[in-house]
Design a protein around this ligand. Structure first.
Ligand code: ATP
Ligand code: MG
Length: 592
């Protein structure tokens, strides 16, 4: 029943002018894509992300089209056209030039989702300097660590964030030469007022020659499994941003697109700034926090047509029930996609039922820079599956060794050819947005490759139709009484129970089984935690999963999430075992 529904709606979402997936795959080459999409900046100046996202539109009627539709925390909307963005980013680039910041120098942002952030990002890229975005909710320590590792010379922030988080670490950062603050001033001591500098700067700027391999972005990973890594991305990544946005998100110039991810995280940059602007479409930016009513209102009032969000956000909306979205007119919405964590089939089905569109899951990483595997717009969705590799992407599953990762013998690995066999998900290097290194950690980078493959650290399986199914992060796999269990399967099964809104599953050391499966569950409104429900959930799980069902279930209305919206299983485990919590700088609610 569920499957029929998804199939039906999935097909309706297919738009007639989409190119056939198989054909496209066969003829696809990144080289050709690059040539046909971008003709280089005028005068053969290479490939610059900001040129393609902003300046290219000046030659077309899109010049006066709204590029950014920024919703403030108070709900006030500020609009910037492509022309506005062109002038503002030129002023920012000139400001950097005036401060003697040039090619390759690192500019950090610590801002909420405000217009200045987008201006700083694109202005930095115009100057061929390197942009590194930080989550504004970071505390002083993670900020300091990243600024030091990334050798930040400039930081753009708000006076308030400066006072609370930067002033205390400023002295320990001698390399940080300039702090630019937003607002009307006066600027706190030791900082410069951005608006003043920009006013003095010229609105004309000539983008210097930019090589595709010039470094553009420095992105720190989510830190779900340990210390965050700084992934280096270059201007050429743009080719992948744009092509994947076309295939996996079905973006077109007429769209109003809302990506809910913060630009502090790779999704919020690749698909929250760069890719959508290259289409000349209108990008919705919300400075506010998650709130179910606010979000439905944005979808309705801004006439959002394509929406890119995360499983956590969707699960939170689900928790608020089916009646709420019916109060809003969501009829403009034609495509929904999700990333960051496994998308429970339950959520895909809920989207189809209550939002009128199924949710298209896709998989990628900070390291890959762009979507790699996706429930492509032109194919049937399989609920619970990540989809198939996009054109130009070769993905495979590699046989694993005793440590659960790909087995490497004399530099060789073995590709699994049979369907339904679990292995480490690997990608053939060569796509444009592939990371070019972990900053300052060459050994860690080298270890990410073997036998001609990039090793993702995720375990997956592939079905006969070529769809990939996420099993677990290699570090999260639970070994219980001879079974290897991926937490996701158990979590998704628990979510099928009406009481369960979200679940986090871990392995807990056990003298007999090696590890036993323990689940932490968040309940939907109207359900009481207690012994009867606990026993009911254990029985429910056992009926469905048999031996691999959780032996222990605990109630937790506040599962720890990273700021990019992932359940932090490693933290659940550390807390359960009374171990040190490790690096929790990317935790969403540190004061629990
Ligand atoms: P760190 O590498 O610091 O531990 P992280 O891996 O969470 O953090 P990201 O690059 O933000 O940092 O996330 C990529 C990971 O997110 C993937 O390797 C995968 O484990 C998970 N992920 C992303 N999308 C999906 C998806 N659609 N289904 C399942 N897992 C996903
Ligand atoms: Mg990772």
């Amino acid at each position: 029943m569920t499957w029929d529904l998804i199939r039906k709606i999935g097909r309706q979402a297919v738009t007639p002018n989409l190119i056939d997936y198989q054909d496209e795959c066969r003829g696809f080459s990144w080289h050709a894509a690059r040539r046909s999409l971008f003709h280089g900046t005028p005068g053969g100046r290479g490939l610059n992300m900001a040129y393609e996202a902003v300046d290219r539109h000046l030659e077309s009627p899109r010049c006066d089209h709204v590029a950014l539709q920024c919703i403030g925390r108070d709900g006030r909307v500020t609009e910037l056209t492509y022309l506005d963005l062109h002038v503002a980013t030129n002023r920012f680039a000139n400001t950097l030039r005036g401060l003697e910041i040039s090619r390759g120098d690192r500019v950090f942002t610590l801002l909420g989702r405000v217009p200045e952030l987008y201006v700083a990002v694109l202005g930095t890229l115009k100057n061929v300097s390197v942009l590194s975005p930080l989550f504004s909710a970071f505390g002083p320590e993670p900020i300091c660590e990243r600024l030091r590792l990334g050798e930040g010379r400039v930081l753009v922030t708000t006076p308030d964030l400066y006072a609370r988080k930067i002033s205390v670490i400023r002295e320990s950062l001698p390399g940080l030469e300039h702090v630019l603050v937003t607002g009307d001033g006066p600027a706190p001591d030791g900082t410069l007022l951005l608006s003043e500098l920009m006013e003095q700067a010229s609105g004309q700027f000539e983008i210097p020659p930019t090589a595709p391999e010039d470094m553009a972005l420095l992105h720190f990973t989510s830190g779900t499994t340990g210390t965050p890594k700084g992934a280096i991305h270059v201007h050429d990544a743009l080719v992948a941003h744009r092509m994947t946005a076309m295939y996996a998100l079905d973006l077109r110039p007429s769209d109003v697109f809302w990506c809910t991810a913060d630009p502090g995280w790779v999704t919020g940059m690749s698909y929250g700034v760069i890719a959508p602007l290259t289409f000349g479409l209108t990008l919705v930016v919300d400075a506010g926090e998650f709130d179910a009513r606010r979000w439905y209102r944005i979808l309705q009032d801004q006439h959002v047509t394509v929406w890119y969000t995360s499983p956590t956000a969707l699960r939170m909306l689900m928790r608020r029930g089916d009646a709420l979205p019916r109060e809003y007119d969501l009829s403009r919405l034609r495509f929904i996609a999700s990333v960051g964590e496994p998308l429970n089939p339950e959520v895909t089905v809920w989207g189809a039922r209550t939002l009128g569109q199924p949710v298209h899951d896709n998989w990628w990483q900070t390291e890959t820079g762009a979507i790699m595997i996706s429930n492509y717009a032109a194919m049937d969705i399989k609920p619970g599956s990540m989809g198939r590799p996009l054109p130009g992407i070769e993905a495979a599953l590699l046989e694993r060794g005793a440590d659960g990762r790909a087995r490497v013998v004399n530099g060789h690995v073995r590709v699994i050819t049979d369907p339904e066999v679990e292995g480490e998900l690997a990608l053939r290097p060569g796509w444009p947005s592939m990371f070019r290194g972990y900053l300052g950690q060459p050994e860690r980078y080298a270890k990410a490759f073997a036998g001609g493959w990039y090793l993702s650290g995720d375990i997956a399986r592939k079905d006969e139709d070529g769809y990939f199914w996420f099993v677990a992060r290699a570090d999260d796999v639970i070994k219980s009484a001879g079974h290897l269990i991926g937490p996701f399967e158990v979590e998704s099964m628990l979510m099928e129970h009406p009481a369960v809104a979200e679940a986090g599953v871990i392995g807990k050391p056990d003298p007999v089984a090696g590890e036993l499966v323990k689940a932490f569950v968040t309940l939907n409104p109207g359900y009481e935690p207690g012994e009867p429900l606990r026993l009911e959930l254990i029985a429910f799980a056992r009926r469905r999963l048999g031996a691999v069902a959780p032996k222990e279930i605990a109630f937790d209305q506040n599962l720890p999430h990273t700021r990019s919206g992932k359940v932090m299983r490693r933290l659940l485990k550390a807390r359960e075992l009374g171990l040190p919590e490790g690096d929790v700088s990317t935790l969403e609610h540190p004061a629990r």
